[in-house]
Design a protein around this ligand. Structure first.
Ligand code: ZN
Length: 428
């Protein structure tokens, strides 16, 4: 099968070109469309490598009422992704070779993106005993990212052992940095707004103290650490210090921590309840700066679907987490590209190349060049769209952006050379 995608500018190139894709591989750049090629008009778009999410919750197995691998894969495609890392806090937990292979297989059957299961660090996410990391790594799913995300690996001895263990197969521990004792019963960021609302606060130090400890552990054992959803100005400083010291640490920011702040909690709408919590304007600006200067390596969505009954309730009872896959690129355009903090090469770096490298994923996050597998995303940055929670591909509706007008529409996506999105619509 041969496609000629016409009219797109590759990253920051000023001149539109034609990308030819034959049997899943990029076979020509800038050549006129061949007579036997199916033409895809991508006029006005920017061509990016297919986006890679380092942090997705697909909820299957166990919470298929919130999301399935299929619905989450469709949401990912709609958002411009060609690969996602599916977090381990499913039911049963992804802590054995059998469960990660099941999720991997479901991803293959869905066929919209590469689904890379994340393995749990500890058995049952209980934080006591190491899970079968080696068995998951050598399984068909070839797990390289391990995380108890949702829960912090708070025991320093277990964290050290996990970091040591994954070195043998070039794995990485992705930490949800949250001191459990300092955040017991916390409802939102600890600061002026929490004091005014009378809600139990979640101090920045609860995140920063774990990150500081973990970079020292990673240095001590010479292993790779990835910090999930970094959200405070102080955390950016710690990562900057660690990188200057040569520690192998990567850090992730979510779209919502780039855009939203704890002021949203004044609405008492649980759609804004998330872990880590929305922080202050100063924190959001520090996270943007950290992403711009490379201190923060990637944007991860932390896509966290929840059914209506878990969000349609009073603030204190609401579940943590918000949708992210279908809006991530638009939020990055709004917060980073439009203010001039990132160019398109920078977008490709934080949303595709580096997440693929962290996950040691082949065929993803690659340059748009002849001979590369055709994982491609075409976004029109000049079109705006209004988020409608009822029109999302996700099975859940807990987007914090409902009704918001956002820039950047994903017009087309090719996954391994096959269109998964055309004219802005997911192909059935
Ligand atoms: Zn988390």
């Amino acid at each position: 099968m041969k496609y000629a995608i016409t009219g797109a500018r590759i990253l920051d190139d000023a001149t539109p070109t034609t990308i030819e894709v034959t049997d899943g591989v990029i076979t020509a750049l800038g050549a006129p469309a061949a007579a036997d090629a199916e033409v895809i008009d991508a006029g006005g778009t920017v061509a990016l490598p297919g986006l890679v999410d380092i942090h997705t919750h697909l909820r299957e197995p166990g919470r298929e009422d919130a999301e399935t691998v299929l619905t989450g894969s469709r949401a990912a495609a709609k958002g411009g992704f060609t690969a996602v890392h599916a977090m381990a806090n499913t039911s049963p937990v992804q802590d054995t070779a059998g469960v990660v292979e099941q999720v991997y297989q479901l991803g293959q059957e869905a066929g919209y993106v590469d689904v890379h299961p994340v393995g749990a660090v500890s058995v049952g996410l209980a934080g006591e005993q190491l899970a079968e990391l080696g068995a998951m790594a050598s399984s068909r799913a070839q797990v390289r990212v391990f995380s108890d995300d949702g829960i912090c690996v708070s025991d320093p001895v277990l964290m050290r052992r996990a970091l040591e263990y994954v070195k043998s197969f070039d794995g990485v521990i992705a930490q949800h940095a949250q001191d459990p004792r300092m955040t017991k019963g916390a409802q939102m960021h600890e600061g002026i707004v929490s004091a005014e609302l009378g809600l139990t606060g979640w101090p920045a130090a609860a995140e920063e103290s774990i990150i500081a400890r973990d970079v020292l552990l990673a240095e001590h054992v010479g292993s790779r650490l990835h910090v999930c959803h970094l959200s405070t100005a102080g955390a950016v400083d710690i990562i900057r210090w660690a990188k200057e010291r040569g520690i192998q640490v990567t850090a992730e920011a979510t779209p919502h921590h780039l855009l939203l702040t704890d002021e949203r909690v004044r609405s008492y709408d649980p759609v804004f309840k998330v872990n880590p919590p929305l922080r202050t304007q100063d924190d959001a600006e520090a996270v943007r700066q950290g992403l711009a200067d490379g201190t923060i390596d990637v944007v991860g969505t932390d896509h966290a679907p929840h059914p209506a009954e878990d969000k349609d309730c009073e603030w204190a009872a609401g579940a943590h987490g918000m949708l992210g896959l279908e809006t991530a690129l638009s939020i990055v355009i709004k917060t980073m590209v439009q203010p001039g903090l990132l160019d398109w090469a920078g977008v490709a770096r934080v949303l595709s190349e580096t997440p693929a490298q962290i996950g040691r994923v082949a065929d993803q996050g690659r340059p748009i060049a002849v001979g590369e597998v055709a994982n491609l995303c075409f976004v029109n940055p000049d079109v705006t769209w209004t988020v409608d929670r009822n029109a999302l591909q996700s099975k859940s509706k807990n987007t914090p952006y409902h009704g918001m007008e956002l820039p950047g529409r994903v017009e087309a996506v090719l996954f391994r050379g096959r269109p998964t999105v055309l004219n802005g619509e997911v192909i059935a």
